[in-house]
Write a protein that binds this ligand. Structure first.
Ligand SMILES: NC(=O)c1ccc[n+]([C@@H]2O[C@H](COP(=O)([O-])OP(=O)(O)OC[C@H]3O[C@@H](n4cnc5c(N)ncnc54)[C@H](OP(=O)(O)O)[C@@H]3O)[C@@H](O)[C@H]2O)c1
Length: 269
């Protein structure tokens, strides 16, 4: 979509904006009056989201269709955003995961997780930082996962990628503390955002259900906490207890237990 320069209003940029959690972030930020710049690979859903948000909240909506696994596409979109929009909020939401035996996983399955979970958050944050710095107060919200804190057989690459998101976010928060840009990371538990994840949660049984996070609540609470200046964000008590457990329980016990839970999920396929 061809964007017109818009320097009057500030915008929230959301990756993976057309579906799942990203769609909820787009909606909630539009409800709060932000202009929306949505990035996703799903063009039809992006257009439909734009129509909804413009009709319901009367905010400007622009979108970029891009495959965020590709460095050139991320750079292209970042450059265009910098040319056209005053950005106040960047939500690095896009991400993917899955459950597979490492030995049997196709190389691209693993590389796609690394590309999508690691590259856009790094490149977009770096590229949009000078833009964000021009606001009196600006925010970067990165979407991690509770799995960032526990090594897990059969998931392997996903928790490793979310550990990256966690450490990137925490380092950047401390580096930028004295600047206008506040960096926060939120770590949700499993969320029934799409049919594949719903089926995975069902197969993992009671444990996954206990740790479950509600997407609407995750978005609302994470934005409220971010605006209040929190930098490490958990949504509710089960969410926080999971994190504390991952910090105090011996890694060998927890990782073995989680690997067993996830293997059960694979056996049900
Ligand atoms: N859901 C959970 O259980 C859970 C738990 C903890 C953390 N998280 C994190 O929360 C974030 C959002 O997860 P979600 O479950 O909402 O994700 P999702 O439903 O799988 O995807 C959200 C959006 O990202 C888009 N997308 C996928 N690949 C893309 C690509 N290569 N380039 C551009 N856009 C792409 C999807 O488009 P398509 O529909 O066309 O693929 C979809 O519109 C991720 O970072 C995830 O790791 C999720």
């Amino acid at each position: 979509m061809k964007a017109q320069p818009n320097t009057q209003r500030t915008f929230a940029v959301i990756t993976g904006a057309a579906g799942g959690l990203g769609r909820v972030y787009s909606r909630e930020l539009a409800r709060r009056g932000y202009g929306i710049v949505a990035i996703d690979s799903a063009a039809t859903e992006l257009k439909e989201l734009g129509k909804q948000l413009e009709a319901e909240f009367a905010v400007p909506f622009h979108y970029y269709k891009a495959d965020l696994r590709l460095e050139d596409e991320i750079r292209r979109v970042a450059q265009q955003i910098n040319e056209h929009f005053a950005v106040e909020i960047l939500v690095n939401n896009v991400g993917t995961g899955g459950t597979r035996a490492f030995e049997q996983a196709e190389m691209d399955y693993m590389l796609d997780i690394i590309r999508l979970n690691v590259m856009p958050v790094t490149i977009l944050t770096r590229a949009l930082l000078p833009n964000l710095m021009q606001r009196p107060r600006a925010y970067v919200l990165n979407v991690g996962s509770l799995s960032a804190f526990t090594p897990n057989g059969y998931k392997t690459v996903y928790p490793a990628s979310k550990s990256f998101v966690h450490f990137l976010s925490r380092g950047l928060y401390f580096e930028l503390r004295q600047t206008p840009v506040h960096v926060a990371v939120v770590h949700p538990g499993p969320m029934p955002t799409n049919p594949e994840i719903r089926s995975r949660i069902r197969k993992q049984g009671r444990l996954a259900r206990w740790a479950l996070s509600d997407p609407e609540k995750t978005v609302r609470v994470s934005l409220n906490k971010m605006f209040r200046g929190k930098s490490l964000i958990f949504i509710d008590w089960p969410n926080r207890i999971n994190w504390m457990l991952a910090r105090i329980a011996p890694e060998s016990v927890l990782a073995r237990f989680m690997t067993r839970v996830v293997r059960r999920e694979l056996e049900k396929e």
